[in-house]
Design a protein. Structure first.
Length: 239
């Protein structure tokens, strides 16, 4: 037999100051429970923050101005126009007083459909996902760049039917990229501005007199020469 003496090993739980191994195991379970609760709390916070960010339909432009693709719209006066029927031989809305709609641009500036300074007004209703609108906007931008818009005609767009799940979103970036220079009213989520003017399809044009009477309505793509003819018929000779 060996003459070497044997030393009893001290248990790990005793080294850590516990009475027995059960105490140490209980401590470990408590630590893991606290750790698990902390992890769950962090994950919940991340989900909540992501949900809030995903539901916010606004962003800031490069200049720090808050852009909102959808904004509140008020019917200040008047009644809604009947839905436009491009297959009808006549439009009963011609000669009627258009509703007066006020709201805000995508940047939050006040804007109204009421003609100002004794000018005529052409309102163009656009949907970012509409391929016809996507083809029409460059025509109108080129028309303006060529200096062919009559001096007594105010042009305004209404961005409506905004749908984040559809293509070419957001409309603010689309219209900026196309070089649109005229005011853009942001319609609300239920399309108050569009329905008040009788929109039936896109793009949709409404021409108003200086007295806010409806002179013409058209839907669908319009070549610039046809648009000029429409303006001449309603307003008289234009440049």
């Amino acid at each position: 037999m060996s003459n070497k003496s044997r030393r009893s090993a001290t248990p790990a739980w005793a080294k850590d100051g516990y009475k027995n191994n059960s105490d140490r195991a209980a401590r470990d379970r408590r630590l893991w429970t606290v750790f698990g609760i902390a992890v769950v709390a962090v994950l919940v916070a991340v989900v909540i923050i992501a949900a809030i960010a995903g539901g916010d339909d606004s962003k800031e432009s490069n200049t720090g101005i808050k852009i909102e693709e959808v904004r509140a719209v008020d019917i200040v006066a008047g009644t809604s126009l009947a839905s436009y029927d491009d297959a009808a031989s006549t439009d009963d809305a011609i000669g009627q007083t258009a509703p007066h709609i006020s709201g805000a641009t995508l940047e939050g500036d006040f804007v109204s459909t009421l003609p100002e300074d004794g000018n005529y007004k052409m309102i163009v209703f656009l949907a970012h996902w509409c391929p016809h609108c996507q083809r029409e906007v460059p025509r109108l931008v080129d028309w303006a760049a060529a200096g062919e818009v009559p001096d007594n005609l105010d042009v305004m767009a209404v961005s409506t039917a905004v749908d984040e799940s559809r293509g070419n979103y957001p409309p603010s970036e689309w219209l900026t990229d196309e070089g649109w220079k005229y005011p853009i009213m942001a319609d609300d989520s239920v399309g108050t501005a569009a329905s008040s003017f009788g929109l039936s399809s896109f793009p949709y044009f409404v021409l108003l007199s200086p007295d806010n009477e409806v002179l013409a309505r058209r839907s669908g793509e319009i070549e610039i020469e046809d648009l000029k003819a429409l303006l001449t018929s309603a307003m008289g000779p234009v440049n």
